[in-house]
Design a protein around this ligand. Structure first.
Ligand SMILES: O=C([O-])CC(=O)C(=O)O
Ligand SMILES: [Mg+2]
Length: 231
């Protein structure tokens, strides 16, 4: 690992990222072929937020938030800070002081594979956070790491400038070069689901709409009466 702070990173177009955020995490993830989801361990600390932004990435040592301080300076309006550690850690390396510094820079939220603290204050401030843990455990500022290098978080590669979308369903990354395709595919999916929703409201079954009766038959699934089943 090189200990670097990369500056002037090209970012995904923020208007398109905003559009993706409106579609929501599940829709965008599905529209891109079920890719990019950071997994169920990264949960919102408070429910009810839906954000999109461009990634500023941080690779920190466990229990050490020095590189988050370095990253704050690299943040611009529309960014989301994305933090991982070089080995697993749940220490509370981020709290309301960092959130204050980020909020004045127009940062939209934090996604971290480590822990956060001061969660009552974060809620009051309206600063949304997705993390693996809530932990009061304090950390130091002692070890070098990297800012704005490609990182792996939640099993996904996140490059600086990629689109990050987060809501109550979790977090998804959309590579910068895939943002246009994601907007198109998400819009198509929303339109398709609108039609499906209307059909379901009219009482149509998924079994019929998706042709799943044939699938069940093909798989050898049989209908038997309760009596035949011995109930
Ligand atoms: O300062 C720290 O180490 C983390 C924290 O609690 C804050 O940002 O408020
Ligand atoms: Mg604090």
């Amino acid at each position: 690992m090189r200990n670097v702070i990369v500056t002037d990173v090209p970012r995904a177009e923020i208007e398109k990222v905003d559009k993706l955020a409106e579609y929501g995490v599940a829709t965008v993830h599905e529209a891109l072929g079920r890719t990019g989801f950071l997994g169920p361990q990264l949960r919102p600390v408070h429910l009810g937020s839906r954000i999109g932004g461009t990634a500023v990435t941080v690779l920190s040592w466990p229990g050490d938030n020095l590189m988050i301080h370095a990253a704050v300076e690299q943040c611009r309006p529309g960014d989301v800070l994305v933090v991982t550690t070089t080995s697993p850690s749940t220490d509370g390396m981020f709290g309301e002081l960092f959130a204050t510094a980020l909020q004045v820079r127009g940062v939209r939220g934090l996604v971290t594979e480590a822990g956060v603290r001061d969660v009552a204050e974060l809620h009051e401030m309206g600063f949304p956070v997705w993390s693996r843990a809530v932990s009061a455990q304090g950390t130091v500022k002692a070890t070098a790491g990297a800012v704005n290098v490609p990182i792996t978080i939640g099993g996904q590669l996140v490059k600086p400038g990629d689109a990050i979308l987060a809501d109550d369903d979790g977090v998804v990354v959309v590579p910068r070069q895939d943002v246009d395709r994601a907007v198109e595919a998400s819009q198509a999916r929303v339109e398709k689901e609108e039609k499906t929703r209307a059909a379901f409201r009219d009482g149509e079954l998924g079994l019929d709409r998706y042709g799943l009766r044939a699938k069940l038959a093909e798989l050898g699934v049989q209908y038997v009466t309760a009596e035949e089943y011995g109930l």
